[in-house]
Each structure stands twice: as structure tokens, then as C-alpha cells.
Ligand binder design. Structure first.
Ligand SMILES: *Cc1c(COP(=O)(O)O)cnc(C)c1O
Length: 404
């Protein structure tokens, strides 16, 4: 029997950290005006300092979610109504809605089927004179082709923004995922490798981008009184602040990140060792001098076999099986261009790219036919349980594919 209890990374350390915040009576210390508390309380500031040290970046800016973080990031780089931002369809919807919030038009480029990140070729093909940024998602736990994407962005003077919610602490070509672009975002929601319930962090080496994110996070009132920024574009403030208890938990979770990653990688490696006997299953690729966080263990099965594989797997009551992944560009909002009243921001379209309906054939084919993921990070399976799981998978896939 496989124990499908979700893995719980919260322990005594987090309890004690929360207790001491409660004892202090200061659950959040933020003040919107310029001054000592503009950047939050002790736990928030310590968490950000430790996060920045861990990832070897100059600034870490915490938020109440990564959704808030991505909205702030897109505001900080100055996205204006009608600007185009190239984004992956294989991500969470928040990556694309962060563009819309500032009136930007998301342009979906296709993915490649090795790491499931943005295809550098398709990104290059979708650049117009209105393109301002490329938002890449390091999906499932492996970096997208960040080196090639960075080269393209640098050549066209575009901001590269990384949604790194699924690959914390993982390198791509010896550099941490999330630190390749102008800004990189990490999520701390319940489902991620480390979590604070809800929360997010954006990292950057750029002083001005950090300051703008701090202003957007905290009402942006301070932008008018004695702040050092001269460009007041997008200084539309929100309350995206993280509380002291979440920050205190985050500090403990950050310490545990290497161990939690190791657990995942260990499970995934055993799974892969067993499943590679199959001649029918395509296992995840890992680029040399990179790693994989295995938020999801991505696989592919032969054309036409997936419906029968899923039906047969259903008899075993397995959990964490994902036939396909989201194709954000197929959401009605994007197909019908109806985000805000009157069709804004698409009514500002200046290029054919912005008016054309998005087609991402690789992403669509994988989603509709051949992709099969396993949400391995949710569980802490023993070697015996992994053997049981992989034996079921091997038997089902062999039965379905061998028969045809
Ligand atoms: C989880 C996730 C987010 C959103 O994170 P929240 O903290 O829940 O807002 C964004 N992008 C990706 C790729 C994610 O997996």
C-alpha cells in the first residue's frame, strides 16, 4: 500500500518561530510612509536578507504571494498600456495576469519539449517594436533555456523576468534559476517546495527595480515624500506586504530547502531508475551543470496511448498523476480578448502579433496527447512505495503500448 499522505515540512522550528512573533505582539510592522518601518518588521527584513544571501543576489523583496510579486515586478520594469510581453503558456495563470494588470498584452510563445520552457526560436519570432519583456517560467523544477533566452533579451534590450516558483535552489548551468533575469520570483504557497502558507519573494541585483517593487508593495505613497526615485511611472501602490509570522516561518523553511530538495531528487531518481526500463516512457532531461527540483516529474507517452493509460491507472487509485498541463493561452479571457471592459488592453494593439490568436502547437500537442506528469514533490514515498508505484506504471504502459 502506498501512503498518499501529503508531506508536511512544518515542524518544531516553525512553531517556535511563530510563537516568538506572537509573544512579541508585533504581527506586522509595516508603515506606508518613508522611514524605518517602510521596509517592514524584524522578521521580514531578516528573511529578505537571508534569502538574498542564499541566492547570492543584492535584493530580495518579500510579498504576500508570488502573484503580488510578479505584479510588482512588471510594474517596476515600467510596463505601460499596449506594451507586449512574451510569456509561456505552460505556467500558472498569474504569470500572464501580472502583465494585464499594467495594461500590457501577453504574447504567448510556444514551449520546447525537452525542458518545457519557452522556445528561444519562437520567442525571437514573436518580438515586435512593442515588446518590452520576456517572462520565462522554469516549469516543473528545471531551468528553461535561460542562456539562449538571455542572449535574445540582451540583443533586443528586453527585460528577462523569471517565474521561478517551481525551481527554488536549483541551478541552470551553475547559476541559480531565478537569478538569470532582471527579476526572478519565488512562491511560498502551500504547494511549493518551501512554504509559509501564502507568500512570495522577488530577487534582483538592480537597486532601482528593488525600490520600485518595495514601493508598489507598500502603497507607493512614499514615492512622493523624499524618496530617491525620479521616474514615477507605475507608482500605483497596493498592499502586498508579508506578515511577521510568515517571514519567521520563511526563515526556518529556507534553512530546510536543501534537505527538502534532496528528498525530492532522491525520490525522483529512484522513480527514474525503475521507469527507464520502459521503452515507451520519455523521462525528464536534465541539462549538464544544471539540476531538477522535480516539483513535477514530467514524462511523455506515445501518441494515442494516454487515454487508455489513464483509464487503467485509475483502477489503482494513484494520486499525483497529471495528464497534461495548463495551456494558459486557451483561457476564454485570452481567446476572446476580454480582460477588462471594452476589450482592454487588446484595443490598444499596434502589431499583428498582438491581434493574432495565440498558437502554441508544441504546448497544445503535449497537453492534449502525450504529456504525463507525476506530482512527486507532494509526497515522501519510501523505496518500497516507489517500487510499487513504478511497477504499476510500467505494467499499465506496457500493456497499453505493447498491445498496439
Ligand atoms: C505557484 C505558482 C505561482 C503563484 O504563486 P502564488 O504564491 O500562489 O501567488 C506562479 N507561477 C507559478 C509557475 C507557480 O507554480
Amino acid at each position: 500500500m502506498i501512503n498518499w499522505t501529503r508531506y508536511n515540512p512544518i515542524g518544531e522550528e516553525e512553531k517556535q518561530a511563530v510563537q516568538s512573533v506572537l509573544d512579541s505582539g508585533v504581527l506586522s510592522k509595516y508603515i506606508g510612509s518613508w522611514g524605518a518601518d517602510f521596509l517592514g518588521g524584524e522578521q521580514v527584513q531578516c528573511f529578505e536578507k537571508e534569502f538574498a544571501q542564499y541566492f547570492d543576489v543584492k535584493h530580495a523583496v518579500s510579498f504576500n504571494s508570488l502573484t503580488s510579486g510578479l505584479i510588482s515586478a512588471l510594474g517596476a520594469i515600467g510596463i505601460s498600456p499596449g506594451d507586449e510581453v512574451i510569456v509561456s503558456p505552460w505556467t500558472m495563470s498569474a504569470t500572464a495576469t501580472a502583465i494585464l494588470v499594467w495594461g500590457g498584452i501577453p504574447i504567448f510563445a510556444d514551449i520546447e519539449d525537452t525542458y518545457y520552457g519557452l522556445s528561444p526560436q519562437d520567442v525571437a519570432a514573436k518580438i515586435t517594436h512593442k515588446t518590452k519583456a520576456v517572462m520565462v517560467t522554469n516549469v516543473f523544477g528545471h531551468g528553461a533555456k535561460l542562456d539562449e533566452l538571455k542572449t535574445i533579451c540582451d540583443a533586443h534590450n528586453l527585460h528577462l523576468i523569471e517565474d521561478n516558483a517551481q525551481a527554488p535552489g536549483i541551478a541552470y548551468q551553475n547559476t541559480f534559476c531565478g537569478t538569470w533575469g532582471a527579476i526572478g520570483g519565488f512562491s511560498l504557497n502551500y504547494h511549493k517546495h518551501i512554504h509559509t502558507g501564502e507568500g512570495g519573494v522577488c530577487v534582483t541585483n538592480d537597486d532601482e527595480l528593488a525600490l520600485k517593487m518595495q514601493l508598489i508593495r507598500n502603497h507607493a505613497e512614499a514615492s512622493i515624500v523624499g524618496s530617491p526615485i525620479s521616474d514615477l511611472t507605475n507608482m500605483v501602490g497596493y498592499n502586498f506586504r508579508m506578515g511577521e509570522m510568515e517571514a519567521a516561518i520563511g526563515r526556518q523553511q529556507l534553512i530546510k530547502l536543501p534537505r527538502l530538495l534532496k528528498k525530492n531528487i532522491h525520490q525522483a531518481n529512484h522513480f527514474i531508475d525503475q521507469v527507464q526500463r520502459s521503452g515507451y516512457i520519455t523521462l525528464p532531461a536534465v541539462e549538464a551543470s544544471s539540476g531538477h527540483a522535480y516539483y513535477v516529474l514530467p514524462m511523455q507517452v506515445p501518441e494515442g496511448s494516454r487515454p487508455n493509460i489513464i483509464e487503467n491507472l485509475n483502477h489503482y487509485h494513484l494520486q499525483g498523476i497529471m495528464p497534461g498541463y495548463v495551456n494558459v493561452h486557451t483561457l476564454p479571457m485570452y481567446k476572446q480578448r476580454i480582460a477588462f471592459g471594452g476589450g482592454y488592453p487588446w484595443n490598444l494593439s499596434e502589431t499583428d502579433m498582438a491581434t493574432a490568436e495565440a498558437h502554441c502547437p508544441v504546448a497544445e500537442h503535449l497537453h492534449n496527447h502525450t504529456f504525463l506528469g507525476f506530482l512527486i514533490s507532494m509526497y515522501d514515498l519510501t523505496t518500497d512505495e516507489l517500487d510499487e508505484l513504478t511497477n504499476i506504471l510500467l505494467k499499465v504502459v506496457d500493456d497499453v503500448c505493447g498491445a498496439s
